[in-house]
Write a protein that binds this ligand. Structure first.
Ligand code: PLP
Length: 625
């Protein structure tokens, strides 16, 4: 796992004349996007957590970029006008924590190059290619071990040419230290980083050269390079990356949600025993980052379990109520009901507060019930996925907090879409899962615990084993391992999903989901579909619709038609009403929701007697997938 990258971006880009008058070279656009942004996106998609950019010329442009991408850290080379790339790299060195990827800023490259380096078993590796004919090559010579012995722009200076330097390498922090020493030793401010790599490699610290003969890449230093980039290299890269794309299926069911290709690919990792520290650190990182999404630093512990959302709910119900506790469960849908069932099975003294699931719960009545019934604990679903109603959790939990009642919240389908602060919202325990709004794969369940609330359950007699929250927490803290086999690949996917969530932000994600929801309900109103939950109470994450009143309506036909065009829909869950649900969570865009609503409209037209082919399909205006 390579967590950091360094991009050297201090240079003047003077060979590009007026194009770089007001900006560094990395901001040149090819294919409608600045090179540096393409590079950042590829690095994040490859699992890089932090990108250090060494700035110089027009550093303010990178400062602007860092405001958009929280994963960017900046290091400034104040002498950029009189120094070269090695000085910029030396400015970045104090921020480097371990093995890292090193890149030039003016590169256009196929993302596969990053994976080649990440998967190379050697720790110091330079990526290189066959001859590109670009006219500005840095040639490499290697020894019999495949390590760098000489680099030069003049092929005549080498005994033999092995390959061409790309400008992407993977290095150890220690190797970088030696390169910085070399800069200081040689005292040449204009030293290039390639020269430093050569010196270090030749001094017995071999840096391997990995050659990918037909690698698609280019550097852009002048007008000819730019022309070649636009006309030849970019189309090749775009085609290569497109070929690796995974068939798009838009899931409009309420989770598992649609994921990005980078999340899917993140599961493909070298085999690892999950009891290795390296994997323990991945789990620790996941748990720490999840905690920061729902609380201030140090306030929340996130306990991970292999399991689905139900496992997290069951862990809370069976771990957090003491033998003499009394639990009130809000039941306004299938998930509240499920928690009540669990409480019964575990022999917990519990009661239910019932509400219809389509109107806002009666908060004063709930508060009265809590007090009159002398309840010590409350369990409530944040977002009842059954109908798409958002319960007033902060309001209810604040009341509980003021009355010394411990709060247990099922936020399985709310977390990572609805901004939550467990301290502010007075939530003691909260459940969620890897495959909903966080946009990872199914298989990891998590329970967020407010620190004091977690300590308070420490000595409760255990009524569960696998799902015991405190035991799971303590074992991990003591041993840097999960108690039982975790879903390893799901964890890597979740790590990637967290990186992507941090860039989008939870607020940004909710805004995107809301934009999709707006498209959906605007279309529903046009089509004439009725929604039992008033718009003001809807979560913006899923909508329940009443079945159309037509004898020709069939959910299965509507499902099959949607599926044919790449959309998956899901039936309703309201027990006493005929409904279906459309969720709008996951990696989906408003344009995709638009396409789905065209399809929905066409299906509804067939119910009113539109021309159809017997399977609910209208032939005209295929909406495209
Ligand atoms: N709680 C809520 C609110 C849910 O929406 C779901 C699933 O949709 C669950 C619990 C159960 O999650 P899982 O199906 O992952 O066990």
């Amino acid at each position: 796992m390579i967590a950091q990258a360094v991009i050297m971006a201090g240079g003047l880009g003077s060979r590009l004349g007026s194009r770089t008058k007001d900006m560094p070279k990395g901001f040149l656009e090819v294919g409608g996007k600045p090179l540096i942004v393409q590079s950042i996106e590829k690095l994040v998609a490859a699992g890089v957590e932090e990108i250090i950019i060494g700035t110089g010329y027009h550093a303010e442009r990178f400062e602007e970029l860092a405001r958009k991408y929280p994963c960017i850290k900046l290091a400034h080379n104040a002498d950029y006008q009189t120094t070269s790339s090695m000085a910029t790299l030396a400015a970045c060195a104090p921020l480097v924590k371990g093995d890292f990827l090193l890149l030039e800023s003016d590169l256009l490259y196929d993302s596969i190059g990053l994976h080649v380096l990440i998967n190379d078993p050697r720790r110091d590796v330079i990526l290189s290619s066959g001859r590109t004919g670009s006219g500005d090559e840095v040639w490499l010579q290697v020894d019999s071990q495949g390590s760098l012995v000489k680099e030069s722009k003049d092929a005549g200076e080498l005994d033999s040419v092995y390959s061409e330097l790309v400008g992407i390498s993977k290095l150890r922090k220690e190797t970088l230290g030696l390169m910085v020493e070399e800069l200081e030793k040689q005292g040449k401010p204009k030293m290039d980083y390639e020269a430093a790599m050569q010196a270090v490699s030749c001094a017995g610290n071999g840096i391997a050269v990995r050659k990918v003969e037909y690698y698609a890449w280019c550097e852009i230093d002048d007008e000819n390079h730019l022309k070649r980039a636009v006309e030849q290299v970019y189309p090749r890269i775009a085609e290569n990356e497109d070929i690796r794309g995974i068939r798009r299926e838009v899931l409009l069911n309420p989770g598992p949600a649609t994921t990005t290709d980078s999340v899917k690919y993140a599961q493909v990792q070298a085999d690892i025993c999950p009891r290795e520290n390296e994997f323990g650190d991945v789990m620790g990182w996941i748990s720490g980052e999840l905690s920061l999404m729902v609380g201030k630093p140090g306030r929340v512990e996130t306990v991970l379990f292999g399991g689905s959302g139900t496992a997290a709910d069951e862990a809370m119900i069976s771990s957090c109520v003491p033998q003499d506790g009394r639990l009130l469960i809000v039941d306004n849908g299938a998930y509240g009901k499920r928690m009540a069932k669990m409480a019964g099975i575990y022999g917990i003294d519990y009661g239910t507060f019932k509400s219809d699931g389509i109107s806002r719960i009666d908060v004063p009545a709930l508060e009265k019930e809590l007090v009159d019934g002398k309840y010590t604990h409350l369990a409530i679903v944040y977002h009842e996925t059954t109908t798409g109603i958002l319960n007033p959790v902060p309001e209810v939990c604040r009341f509980c907090h003021d009355h010394g009642i411990v709060t247990i919240v099922d936020a399985v389908s709310a977390f990572a879409a609805i901004p939550i602060d467990m301290d502010r919202d007075c939530i003691d325990f909260m459940a969620s899962t890897s495959n909903k709004n966080i946009q990872g794969m199914a298989g990891l369940a998590f329970v967020f615990c407010r620190k004091e609330a977690l300590e308070a359950i420490k000595d409760y007699p255990m009524r569960n084993y696998y799902l015991n929250i405190y035991d799971q927490h303590k074992y991990y803290k003591d041993k840097n391992q999960m108690r039982f086999t975790p879903p390893v690949q799901t964890a890597y996917a979740l790590r990637q999903a967290i990186l992507e969530t941090k860039i989008e932000t939870i607020e940004g994600r909710y805004a995107r989901y809301t934009a999709c929801w707006e498209v959906l309900i605007a279309a529903a109103k046009r089509i004439g579909l009725r929604m039992p939950v008033p718009e003001s109470e809807q979560s913006h994450l899923i909508v329940t619709f009443m079945d159309p009143e037509s004898p020709r309506y069939s959910f299965d036909d509507m499902h099959d038609l949607s599926r044919e065009y790449g959309f998956t829909i899901y039936p309703g869950k309201l027990s006493d009403a005929k409904t279906f649900r459309i969720a709008n969570i996951g990696d989906i865009r408003p344009e995709e929701m638009e396409r789905f609503t065209v399809l929905l409209g066409q299906y509804m037209k067939t119910l009113r007697g539109g021309r159809e082919d017997g399977r609910g399909r209208v032939q005209e205006e295929a909406p495209g997938a």
